[in-house]
Design a protein around this ligand. Structure first.
Ligand code: C2O
Length: 350
């Protein structure tokens, strides 16, 4: 059976996968959204032209000002408004740290480590983007992507590093600020400034990883998207290549080691609190679209349990919307594409 929507009436407080030291604090951490029993079915948006999500390192000042404004407005909404930045961040906490059970089954709902990873995050970004656009009355607004798969994008994009902007988050690793090159297969234990590779070497290592994860290690939908996870299943069936590397290491590389769990980016419960999260995931999402152009068996699943799996999100009008995995498969139908930039790892041989 497909994975059903979460049961909002039994949202768990605190979520079951919170780390122990913050699980028993008082008052407990809650990631539950405002309640509504009115659920509407998703309808594809109508639009005149596709929104183009730009590479974050290439945007101009006008674009930055616009995103800054939109996020400022989102941060200013009251915490109980489902469009607020607080609630947007909590979506990740609820779906990813055991805040929800699958409706009709008494099992945890978890969108990581399975074939739900890419579709869930695509929907998440879709609503985040629509809400931002509606707050600035600009339905053409498109979020930026962190172009970490190409050399000129392999550092934290500068639009996110101005402490006076709404795109900033103080909880990031201070030693990983620009121009430090991101390590796509980051491992905390080996992070030693004395022995870390040079920037030039790191770029080559990264391109090799991209080639491996996008091409050699992902010849089938299961290898790329992740293992089947169905209605009633316990979670953690197995992540796809992209989720494993570079997705997760980039989270940990970005998060602040001075925080107990590498918050914000370094732990699922807090990752959505960093605006950089949405740019990181936009590139993850872009990689899904790119992968499908790489040929042979690199196509989406056709299993109805994947296609018919469902999630709930609040939209820009505060309506609670039920979406299906199958309606996420084509980004163009959702009204957006990614800026066309060079993809240097396709032919990259180390
Ligand atoms: Cu839901 Cu990057 O994780």
């Amino acid at each position: 059976a497909p994975v059903p929507i979460p049961d909002l009436t039994s949202c768990v407080v605190p979520p079951i996968e919170l780390p122990d030291d913050i699980k028993n604090i008082d008052p407990p951490i809650s990631c539950c959204p405002p309640f509504s029993s009115d659920i509407i079915d998703f309808k594809f948006p109508t639009f005149n032209k596709l929104r183009v999500r730009p590479a974050a390192q290439l945007v101009n000042d006008d674009y930055f000002a616009k995103y800054n404004k939109a996020l400022e407005l989102m941060r200013a909404l009251p915490d109980d408004d489902p469009r607020s930045f607080y609630q947007q961040a909590n979506i990740h906490c609820a779906y990813c740290v055991g805040g929800y059970t699958q409706k009709g089954y008494d099992v945890e709902l978890q969108v990581h480590n399975s074939w739900l990873f890419l579709p869930f995050h695509r929907w998440y970004l879709y609503f985040y983007e629509r809400i931002l656009g509606s707050l600035i009355n600009d339905p053409t607004f498109a979020i930026p992507f962190w172009n970490w798969d190409a050399p000129d994008g392999m550092q934290i994009p500068s639009i996110f590093t101005n402490p006076n902007s709404s795109l900033y988050d103080p909880r990031r690793n201070p030693t990983h600020q620009p121009p430090t090159i991101v390590d796509l297969n980051y491992n905390k234990a080996n992070d030693n400034p004395a022995t870390n590779p040079s920037a030039e070497e790191q770029i080559k290592i990264n391109l090799t990883w991209m080639h491996k994860q996008m091409i050699s290690n992902s010849k089938t939908p299961r290898q790329f998207l992740g293992s089947p996870y169905r209605g009633g299943d316990t979670p953690f069936k197995g992540a796809g290549s992209l989720e494993n590397i570079p997705h997760t290491p980039i989270h940990i590389w970005t998060g602040d080691p001075r925080q107990p769990h590498g918050e914000d980016m370094g732990h699922f419960w807090a990752a959505g609190r960093d605006p950089l999260f949405y740019a990181h995931h936009a590139n993850v999402d872009r990689m899904w679209s790119v992968w499908k152009t790489l040929g042979k068996k690199r196509k989406d699943f056709t299993d109805p349990d994947w296609l018919e799996s469902e999630f709930l999100f609040y939209d820009e009008n505060k309506n609670l919307v039920k979406v299906k995995v199958k309606d996420s498969a084509n980004d163009r139908k959702l009204g957006y594409v990614y800026q066309d930039v060079d993809i240097p790892w396709i032919k990259y041989k180390s």
